[in-house]
Design a protein around this ligand. Structure first.
Ligand SMILES: [Zn+2]
Length: 453
């Protein structure tokens, strides 16, 4: 099977150029203007952008929490991803407890994802207290293709700052990248206890229950640790101006510190917690203020954040509204399908990002950081033919009805999108075209990461 994508504006991390792309089988075989062939199906891309498939580097599909499961399993989650131009997702292999062997957690997750995924996938490995000591298992994980570890400074699965230092050192020796959810546990708990004592337990108080300072303090301490160890460190879902500034200044000082943020932290504010729909917007860390939005855009625009991902963790409105307080409402929002069009409409069109920057933060940078480059995140001959045809003239009002997540709602309902994916190719197969998902479960493959930073 061959495809010729003709006459589009090809966007890479470096430039925008008019060129044709020839796909044979699963790979791109040529990229230049004026390609001709009689043996390929032709897709006319005139007036459209041709982008490398998006990598959503932070998703949670098919995840149990208490006695609930996320609305999206690996099939519905990745089908929705394909419809948004996302061709690779990075989910998590998570041990059941500190006693669970990492190797088993990995094999279990590979099986769950492999059966159902409709786009390619990779996995971060969650480490629980104690796992950071098991360097043999960490080494084996890297050899299996899981080259990034995920740790927490809060929740039950948190590691102490001392354990985190050990973890960062062990990972550095192996060459794996540590990614961290940074909110200082003590600050979160003391805010929560104060609210509880005052009877302020509804979702309205969610933002106050996980204050800005909790993120800022954890990021500050972790940057110090990274500096001491001279090791790389990746911060997931940064939400506050304070933490963004710390990451920017650490990078200016030459540290290998990486920052990720999400569309909801760029676009939404904590004002929604005063509305009836508050539970639908509950995620951790919480939404912040307009000033935080603007600082995050600024830091992203200046290149101090490397990745925008979604932390897609979807529940239905019924599930979200089942909680009684801010601490027992399922946390997370859907997002993968709307990642690219939101970032194009509100990032590129608003002047925060150039088109090459859009490709950097959505595709090339996550591919590099998580060891998938140049197979993913690139449009060179030899790369996987993961391609999005993006129509910058298509204008829509975002509505959950047109989306494919089993969440059945979007936190961005009613947002105007100027530009939308028209077609998605996964390794040379057309898996999405003009609103319709054309792929199938199990079509996605595990892409083992190879160390590169
Ligand atoms: Zn997450």
């Amino acid at each position: 099977m061959a495809w010729l994508i003709k006459g589009g504006w090809v966007v890479t991390a470096e430039r925008v150029e008019q060129a044709d792309l020839l796909i044979e089988g699963e790979r791109i075989v040529a990229r230049k203007p004026g390609l001709a062939t009689s043996s390929a199906d032709v897709l006319d891309a005139r007036g459209k952008y041709v982008l490398p498939g998006v990598i959503d580097a932070h998703v949670h599909y098919q995840m149990p929490i208490g006695n609930l499961w996320t609305a999206d399993d690996f099939y519905t989650g990745t089908a929705a991803a394909a419809c948004g131009g996302v061709t690779t997702v990075i989910d998590y292999a998570e041990p059941l407890g500190s006693g669970d062997r990492l190797e088993e957690a990995i094999e279990r997750r590979l099986e769950e994802a492999g059966e159902k995924a409709a786009v390619d996938f990779s996995l971060h490995l969650v480490l629980l207290p104690g796992h950071e000591e098991d360097t043999k298992a960490l080494q084996a994980a890297v050899e299996r293709g899981l080259v990034s570890f995920k740790i927490f400074t809060t929740y039950n699965q948190r590691l102490s700052y001392t354990a985190i230092k050990k973890c960062i050192q062990a990972s550095q020796e192996i060459g794996a990248l540590v990614t961290v959810h940074a909110e200082d546990h003590e600050l979160v708990m003391s805010a929560r206890e104060k609210l509880k004592a005052g009877g302020r337990t509804s979702v309205r108080y969610h933002a106050l229950s996980r204050p800005h300072e909790a993120e800022v303090e954890a990021v500050r301490r972790l940057i110090d640790i990274a500096k001491e160890c001279q090791a790389p460190l990746y911060f997931v879902h940064i939400s506050t101006a304070g933490a963004a500034e710390l990451i920017a200044s650490a990078r200016r000082a030459g540290l290998q510190v990486f920052g990720e943020t999400c569309p909801h932290y760029l676009l939404l504010t904590d004002k929604v917690y005063n509305t009836e729909d508050a539970p639908l917007y509950l995620m951790c860390p919480p939404l912040r203020t307009r000033e935080d939005n603007l600082k995050l855009w600024e830091v992203l625009s200046e290149g101090y954040f490397q990745v925008v991902a979604t932390d897609h963790c979807s529940y239905t409105p019924e599930q979200k509204l089942s909680g009684t307080a801010f601490w027992d409402t399922p946390a997370g929002v859907p997002g993968t399908e709307t990642l690219l069009p939101l970032l194009y409409s509100y990032g590129v069109r608003e002047g925060w990002l150039s088109l090459p920057q859009l490709v950097q933060v959505l595709s090339t940078n996550p591919a590099r950081l998580f060891g998938l480059y140049p197979r993913k995140g690139e449009l060179n001959p030899g790369s996987d033919a993961d391609i999005v045809i993006f129509d910058p003239r298509k204008e829509i009002k975002l509505s959950a009805e047109a989306l494919h997540s089993a969440a059945r709602y979007t936190p961005f309902e009613g947002y105007t999108l100027k530009g939308y994916p028209e077609a998605t190719f996964l390794r040379g197969q057309l898996v999405y075209y003009q609103g319709r998902f054309l792929g199938r479960p199990g079509q996605g493959r595990f892409i083992p990461g190879k160390l590169q930073i």
